[in-house]
Ligand binder design. Sequence first.
Ligand SMILES: Cc1cc2nc3c(=O)[nH]c(=O)nc-3n(C[C@H](O)[C@H](O)[C@H](O)COP(=O)(O)OP(=O)(O)OC[C@H]3O[C@@H](n4cnc5c(N)ncnc54)[C@H](O)[C@@H]3O)c2cc1C
Length: 179
Amino acid sequence: MSEIIIVGDGPAGLSAALLLAKNGESVRVFGTDDTPMHKALLLNYLGIPKMTGTEFQETSRAQVEEFGVELHKTKVVGVEQTEEGFRIETEGGESFDGKYLILATTNKAHQEALGVDRKDGVAAVDRDGRTNVERCYAIGWASRKHKIQAIISAGDGAAAAVDILSEEKGEPFHDFDVV
Ligand SMILES: Cc1cc2nc3c(=O)[nH]c(=O)nc-3n(C[C@H](O)[C@H](O)[C@H](O)COP(=O)(O)OP(=O)(O)OC[C@H]3O[C@@H](n4cnc5c(N)ncnc54)[C@H](O)[C@@H]3O)c2cc1C
């Protein structure tokens, strides 16, 4: 079981948290739920005919907590690499370590502090959200200047999670459940 730190609690961060936690990883998500989703009325999210962004956030937060994700309602003010992985510091002065770090905010300072390559004003990543920094991912608005729908951010989070799970298991992982 790996300690995974996710900075950002919008659709991207919560989606990554869901897949990781439901597959047994230890996940902490940091953020104050200050997402533009609270302005949105979702009519474009497949499987959800109509829902306010606030309802989406509430449902998603409860869903990830069911799987054991620890939601820390605070901002992250510092990030650094350590020998084992990453350390983040919160507004309240607490610090937490993780083997993997997922950046799911537009915070440029965090990316720069870690030496994450940027392109067109956002983190440069591959299809799974991997940055040039080993075990550091950037998803959703952190790595997208355009094409910024909620379902796309959630998809980015899911792709990063499956990539981490594959890394940890040493083989391609599929998150399939059956009736
Ligand atoms: C007015 C408006 C209407 C919209 N309507 C729709 C719509 O109908 N359908 C649709 O698909 N999309 C809509 N969107 C876009 C949608 O809101 C985004 O696609 C979505 O929020 C992106 O998710 P994300 O997780 O990538 O980023 P965000 O939702 O921005 O999540 C980032 C999170 O990180 C947190 N954070 C920031 N800094 C820190 C820090 N230092 N430490 C910890 N946490 C931090 C933020 O508070 C936020 O909660 C709308 C956007 C706006 C502005």
